[in-house]
Design a protein around this ligand. Structure first.
Ligand SMILES: [Zn+2]
Length: 286
């Protein structure tokens, strides 16, 4: 017990007053739940300090909530977002991934009993396009199976019968940001094997050396440790992993625009994804 406390307070010798134990009652968690449910925590994955003012103004505008979100700084490039409307909060959550000036904004809910500083931002949802699939494989079952090679599958974009009718099969996957992007998978069709390339929507800058999203090849620790150089190494990753926007049929245009304006639910998510260009590209950080 003494050793445990010593470890907790990093070796400090506690006074009698400091050794008192305080118990946080369960009702405090219950009372705090409503507040937690109106908040999100955001981390701008940028290797320099973000311009906080610009970030707040830009993202309030992007989320269409100029007076609907309170931003509180809680650390380097980290913000506690308090939403005055659950609709906006849902829109932000379901519209992930977000980015600003081409930097990924990692977003997590304030659930559990963690201190804000201990919330991890290692998992983020991304839409993946699975290309060149045989037509019989354009379904939910295959989407779940193949998408799982990239991360935890959240949903597959199929119709009510579980079929996809686009040129690609779209799967929303929770990516582990500490791992390299999965570039595709091999499927066996009869006696032949086929490579199924994966392409990612709204992919922020990532490392073309090791395929990890949270840094670029210029700051790649793996590149430094294995001694390779940017000029001589044969890059295994590249911009070809970014998905092009899928063009919607013209007669659907009016309908999708109106959905985008309301921005909620799974149908909207698909529209949001199909905007293609990274809205953050126009935003500026200093
Ligand atoms: Zn790297």
């Amino acid at each position: 017990m003494v050793e445990e406390i010593s470890h907790l307070c990093k070796g400090l010798k506690l006074t009698e007053e400091e050794q008192q134990d305080f118990h946080l009652p369960e009702e405090e968690f219950t009372l705090a739940q409503d507040i937690s449910n109106s908040c999100l925590v955001a981390l701008v994955a940028l290797d320099r300090e973000v311009n906080k003012g610009a970030f707040k103004i830009t993202m309030s505008r992007v989320w269409n909530a100029e007076r609907g979100i309170s931003f509180k700084d809680i650390g380097r490039n980290k913000f506690l977002l308090e939403f005055h409307s659950s609709i906006v909060r849902t829109r932000v959550l379901t519209g992930q991934p977000w980015s600003c000036h081409r930097s990924l904004i990692c977003i997590q809910e304030c659930t559990g009993r963690l201190a804000l500083k201990d919330i991890e931002f290692s998992l983020e949802p991304f839409w993946i396009q699975l290309h060149d699939l045989p037509f019989p494989a354009m379904n939910r079952r295959m989407g779940e199976k193949l998408g799982a090679s990239a991360g935890k599958v959240i949903m597959v974009d199929v119709d009510e019968k579980g079929r996809a009718w686009r040129g690609v099969l779209r799967v929303k996957v929770l990516l582990d940001l500490s791992k390299p992007l999965t570039r595709g998978c091999v499927i066996n069709v009869g006696d032949s094997r086929s490579w199924i390339p994966f392409k990612y929507k709204r992919l922020p800058p990532f490392c073309y050396h090791c395929g990890i999203i949270l840094h670029t090849q210029l700051s790649c620790t793996r590149r430094v440790s294995d001694g390779s150089t940017y000029a001589t190494s044969q890059l295994q990753y590249g911009p070809w992993l970014k998905a092009d926007p899928i063009q919607k049929p013209r007669f659907h245009k009016a309908q999708s625009n109106s959905l985008e304006g309301k921005a909620s639910g799974s149908g909207l998510q698909a529209s949001s994804d199909d905007q293609g260009s990274n809205f953050g590209g126009n935003n500026t950080f200093q």
